[in-house]
Write a protein that binds this ligand. Structure first.
Ligand SMILES: Cc1cc2nc3c(=O)[nH]c(=O)nc-3n(C[C@H](O)[C@H](O)[C@H](O)COP(=O)(O)OP(=O)(O)OC[C@H]3O[C@@H](n4cnc5c(N)ncnc54)[C@H](O)[C@@H]3O)c2cc1C
Ligand code: HEM
Length: 404
């Protein structure tokens, strides 16, 4: 007897076709999405201003899209496939921060199915095309519904997803990290922000291009203002420096206006009394401060451990602020790992973060943010220590390639 409680979403006919062709589509998925973007941008050059061109250049967005479509198809045909909810939530949140609208799904669908035909050629019979079209529209419909719910919850009209904000202060946190304190310039109050959420910031670049990037709201304790904290991305091995982070560092000054989306993202702490471990590296520290602020404000009796890894103490942004706010929490412990440690610093450990012996206690809830290899290392250590996977949340500062 089947344990399935709800009817399958995909029709029986398409289930058979998708089951028979999933492996070949998966094998060619990155080729398909790599074709998809140039096709779509050629017909809709306006979309170049909505898609992150850095992620296009590195191919990361193409890989993330391919992985999500394959994973979606697999969970349609395999009732034992892992839950897809977190992927759906991640995509829908990213989309609403960029003002994606339902009618744009027709454009994406047209070019995605077109790209499947280009790559797989004669293998795409009308039956195969129709089955994958059905998969696409099931995915699209679920995303459109979730995005409608999120827009409504945030009180955002998708036709006007951005608000102008004044830069009221610049704080040079470290050599390569700057905080921008932003205040709405339209005379209305700040939106509701759950600590851990991000905003999309759209900038007009000197070359005439316009580009969005996401930045975590690094402090929600500034009354009528919010703060974002930007790490300057330097290109390595011949790759160019980051476009938007360089622009924000080099050109944006107090008094300037920035177009900013409503807060989005589901990297948020649920109300519970369980102890929290916030494990960050580099720019991931921007998620730690707002969560520490939240606990200090609402649950000062909740245990919090912060663990941070960075190149050096001088590169460790927001450290003093986190420590200062942490003093309002009864049981607050901080650990630091640096690639090189100053002689006078007797508290920090040299090298990469190692949580294998850190006292965690029972029922630890983990939030981790930093480069993917760092987060994988943290997760593996914690899984080895018996922390259940469901208690480890992560935030990727780019397209989510975790599953890939
Ligand atoms: C949810 C979320 C929250 C985030 N929060 C923060 C935050 O709080 N603070 C923060 O600093 N960042 C944060 N980020 C990251 C941020 O959004 C940007 O990705 C980051 O600032 C880099 O953007 P950039 O425009 O400077 O770099 P890009 O120009 O996008 O470049 C990105 C990478 O692509 C490479 N690249 C670009 N073009 C080419 C090319 N032609 N050939 C080869 N390589 C190329 C660059 O060398 C670089 O390594 C967050 C991201 C997400 C998704
Ligand atoms: C079923 C259809 C769609 C799927 C499966 C899909 C999937 C994805 C995925 C997996 C991501 C990366 C999320 C992450 O950050 O981890 C993403 C981001 C994005 N999507 Fe979609 N998407 C769909 C439709 C659309 C539509 C209709 C648009 C509008 C043109 C759109 C625009 C974007 C943009 C601009 C980003 C951010 C890209 C970046 O930062 O590089 N998507 N989408």
């Amino acid at each position: 007897m089947s344990l399935q409680t709800s009817p399958p979403l995909l029709s029986a006919r398409s289930t058979a076709v998708v089951s028979a062709t999933a492996a070949v589509v998966a094998e060619h998925a990155e080729q398909i999405t790599a074709r998809f973007y140039p096709r779509m941008f050629a017909e809709h050059p306006d979309l170049l201003r909505v898609f992150n061109q850095g992620n296009q250049a590195t191919g990361e967005q193409s890989r993330a899209l391919a992985a999500s479509v394959v994973a979606y198809a697999v969970q349609l045909i395999d009732p034992d496939a892992p839950s897809f909810d977190h992927v759906m939530s991640r995509i829908a949140n990213k989309h609403i921060s960029l003002g994606i609208r339902p009618e744009q799904y027709t454009i994406v669908g047209h070019h995605l199915i077109g790209a499947v035909g280009e790559v797989l050629g004669d293998a795409v019979t009308p039956e195969v095309a129709s089955a994958w079209d059905e998969v696409y529209w099931l995915f699209a419909t679920q995303l459109i519904a979730e995005e409608a719910r999120l827009y409504q919850q945030a009180g955002v009209d998708p036709a006007r997803p951005l608000r102008p904000y004044h830069v009221v202060r610049r704080i040079e946190e470290t050599k390569d990290v700057v905080s921008l304190v932003l205040e709405p310039a339209d005379g209305k109050g700040l939106p509701e922000i759950s600590p851990g959420q991000y905003v999309s910031v759209f900038v007009d670049l000197p070359d005439g291009g316009r580009q969005p990037r996401q930045y975590t709201v690094s402090s929600t304790a500034l009354g009528t203002r919010l703060q974002i904290t930007i790490s300057r991305l330097r290109g390595t091995d011949g790759a160019p420096d980051g476009q938007v982070s360089s622009f924000l560092h080099d050109h944006v000054k107090v008094g300037d206006l920035l177009d900013v989306s409503a807060p989005a993202g589901d990297f948020v702490v649920q109300s519970s009394t369980d102890p929290l471990l916030l494990a960050s590296a580099g720019a991931g520290i921007t998620t730690v401060l707002p969560i520490v602020e939240l606990i200090a404000r609402t649950q000062p009796g909740r245990r919090v451990i912060v663990a941070h890894a960075d190149r050096t103490a001088q590169d460790h942004a927001l450290r003093d602020t986190v420590m200062h706010v942490g003093r309002q929490i009864d049981d607050f412990t901080s650990y630091t790992w640096y690639e090189s440690v100053d002689k006078a610093d007797v508290r920090s450990v040299k090298g990469y973060m190692d949580l294998s012996e850190t006292p965690l206690g029972d029922n630890i809830q983990v939030f981790t943010c930093g480069p993917l290899p760092f987060m994988r290392h943290v997760r593996t250590t914690l899984l080895d220590r018996g922390v259940p996977a469901a208690r480890i949340r992560y935030e990727v500062f780019g397209p989510d390639l975790w599953e890939v």
